[in-house]
Design a protein. Structure first.
Length: 296
């Protein structure tokens, strides 16, 4: 696929999405927003893709929003024209023009049916940090620097990070990083449980690819897609009975599938499993089990 601000490369059933504005430390733009959403749309439709790695070109992961517009960078009215107003003159916040672009990216990643591994190669600031949060596994280079810098720019955290970040690292750590807005090293991210590993720069992509290959080689695609959504969506459940309901549906539906028969027989025969069910056509009939939320 041809993109302007990202690279989309598939090899050995692994899609690598590379943020590709190295001269700007891969600063986020409206074009990058649209292209990332398009890339995840394409990945979900391609049964050959079993895992996704997201990284940055050059020495940065993503330096945050492109600030080249100066003081008007975050002023939607100035940049796009006035949003809708209600009869009393107040802003109509249901206007799609009000929507945060970073949030549209993270919500799309949240809905993804393939496991997503972040390979944080360098500075990841602002949206460069918050876009990491709906990714499943975050691995950082020793060169990585991460910052939720919004308070230092006079704005607030975006990209649905007020939902994601406390769930990943706890409320106290989330608030410390967001209150101060400081940029912190990879080892602090590891201690705060934002990333699961810190590795030397030359080991970053090999480490991410080794993990992606393990997923691609040994697991059932439909099971992985279900597991991803089960885990993420249960973070918002109000009772373990909600998990029991979905577990029960999954065990019943998948228990009757060809994949499970193959999984059991291959284990007994001591050979690698050959899973045939596809995410594009063989998701169980109870999926999705949630009502999709609308922006309004």
């Amino acid at each position: 696929m041809s993109y302007e601000t990202i690279k989309y490369e598939v090899d050995e059933q692994i899609l690598t999405i590379t943020l590709n504005r190295p001269d700007k430390l891969n600063a986020f733009t409206g074009t990058m927003q649209a292209e990332l959403i398009s890339a995840f749309d394409a990945a979900d439709k391609d049964d050959n893709i079993r895992a996704i790695i997201v990284t940055g070109a050059g020495r940065g992961f993503c330096a945050g929003a492109d600030l080249s517009s100066g003081a008007d960078t975050f002023d939607r009215d100035a940049r796009r024209g006035p949003v809708k107003r209600l009869p009393d003159g107040k802003v109509d916040y249901s206007d799609p023009q009000v929507r945060d672009g970073g949030g549209q990216v993270t919500l799309r990643i949240f809905k993804c049916l393939k496991p997503v591994i972040a390979a944080v190669n360098g500075p990841a600031v602002g949206i460069g940090a918050t876009m990491l949060l709906p990714m499943d596994i975050r691995i950082a280079s020793e060169n990585a620097r991460i910052g939720f810098v919004f308070s230092q720019r006079g704005i607030v955290p975006e990209a649905a990070s007020s939902w994601f970040l406390p769930r990943l690292v706890g409320i106290a750590q989330a608030l410390e990083w967001c209150f101060t807005g400081r940029v912190f090293p990879a080892q602090e991210a590891l201690a705060g449980r934002l990333v699961s590993r810190v590795v030397p720069p030359d080991e970053l992509l090999p480490t991410a690819r080794a993990l992606a290959k393990e997923i691609a080689a040994k697991t059932a695609p439909v099971s992985v897609a279900l597991i991803r959504q089960m885990m993420w969506r249960m973070l918002g459940a109000d009772d373990p009975m909600e998990a029991h309901k979905i577990d029960s549906r999954g065990i019943y539906a998948r228990g009757r599938s060809d994949d499970v028969k193959e999984g059991v027989v291959s284990f007994l025969e001591k050979r690698p499993a050959q899973f045939k069910n596809k995410v594009s056509s063989d998701m169980p009939d109870y999926f999705p089990w949630w009502d999709e939320r609308e922006y309004k």
